[in-house]
Write a protein that binds this ligand. Structure first.
Ligand code: ATP
Ligand code: MG
Ligand code: MG
Length: 341
């Protein structure tokens, strides 16, 4: 493998390109929207996913295709798959693109999720609420991220999401953690230490390692992530979000890609999640995931970037900026990894 194709040119694609270049590989990014990653990738195609000619040229120019987000249209994937291997494969995408498919898959392999009900239309909502109860959360089956497409179901009337949804029972968790796990085509698996995640307004604010939870919990979390990766015969890095409850771990969702809650690995590990993903999709041996430092990762959201001049003066802090334009509220502009021990 010499050239890796990446679908999506956001910050994750950008950081994957940097990791690939360190290994002497180059990346061709395909991004339909604005193209912030273009400045670090070997090549960038700025065309819609409906442009079959552009897709074909892209696929022909690379040795393997991966992605930094999971909502690539099926028609584009069908075309690309005929030309090149896509890693992680279509099944991993199908399972994680749709919350109903995802939760059903997780239950089928013996893992616990929040109780849920299918809500194809608004007319199905009363029956779903009767089954799941209140409080609960209505989430669109597809395309949600950073808490978008979600409606809290409390005591009052319920707003409709506008799209086919699932209703999830509200989980009274004591903590949120995530496991970033890598698996290569030989079945070699390496997990990073679970991180403790704090969200604000549905957006990840900080991830802290070590997460401070007992070894039994962190071991269970890693075993759950490994079970998911094996069940999918997965190739690449995957993020698994979990709720910690007195009754055990509940899987919230999986992301078939590098994950925001894994950014701390850039400061904590010899091989970070981005290099690990590149290694996996390029068919190289994986790093072992061992953590060498305590780290707090903080996202720089919107105006947080105003703090960058100050943050750059801190000797124990790694600053990552995504080269995006003007800050907007809720927009992830960068992150910092502070080494705390
Ligand atoms: P991401 O950006 O992580 O992909 P998302 O839009 O897919 O986010 P979720 O991860 O499903 O959304 O939910 C966002 C946050 O809302 C969770 O991290 C958690 O804090 C809270 N949350 C989601 N589902 C539940 C639930 N069933 N019970 C309690 N809290 C929940
Ligand atoms: Mg999500
Ligand atoms: Mg989430």
């Amino acid at each position: 493998v010499r050239t890796i194709g990446i679908l999506g040119g956001g910050q994750l694609g950008r950081m994957l390109s940097v990791a690939a270049s360190r290994l002497g590989l180059r990346c061709h990014i395909y991004e339909p929207g604005a193209a912030p990653a273009g400045d670090v990738a070997w090549r960038i195609t700025n065309a819609p996913y409906e442009d079959q000619d552009a897709l074909r040229v892209f696929a022909d120019s690379v040795d393997v295709i991966t992605y930094e987000f999971e909502n690539v249209p099926t028609s584009a994937l069908d075309l690309l798959e005929r030309v090149r291997l896509i890693r992680p494969d279509r099944r991993a995408l199908a399972v994680s693109q749709d919350r109903l498919t995802e939760k059903t898959f997780l239950n089928d392999i013996g893992l616990t999720t929040a109780p849920f009900a299918d809500v194809p239309t608004q007319a199905d909502l009363p029956a779903a609420i009767a089954a799941i109860g209140r409080p609960s959360i209505l989430k669109t089956r597809r395309l949600g991220y950073d808490g978008k497409g979600q409606v809290r179901v409390g005591d009052g009337p319920v707003e409709w999401t506008g799209a086919p949804s699932v209703l999830e029972g509200f989980v009274d968790f004591s903590a949120e953690i995530s496991v970033i796990i890598a698996r290569n085509a030989d079945g070699q698996v390496a997990a990073f230490d679970p991180g403790l995640n704090l969200h604000q307004g549905g957006i990840l604010r900080t991830t802290t390692v070590p997460c401070g939870l007992p070894g039994k919990v962190t071991t269970d979390a890693v075993l759950i992530a490994a079970r998911i990766a094996n069940a999918l015969d997965y190739t690449g890095v995957m993020g698994v979000e979990l709720f910690v409850t007195p009754g055990g771990l509940i899987v919230n969702e999986i992301a078939p890609r590098v994950h925001n809650s894994g950014h701390w690995t850039q400061a904590g590990c010899a091989v970070d999640q981005f290099e690990q993903h590149i290694r996996a999709v390029a068919g190289l041996p994986l790093g072992d995931g061992k953590r060498y430092a305590d780290v707090v990762m903080e996202n720089l959201i919107g105006d947080d970037v105003d703090r960058v001049p100050e943050l750059l003066k801190s000797a124990d802090t790694q600053v990552h900026l995504y080269g995006k334009g003007a800050p907007r509220p809720g927009r992830k502009m960068g992150h910092v990894n502070r080494i705390t021990g």
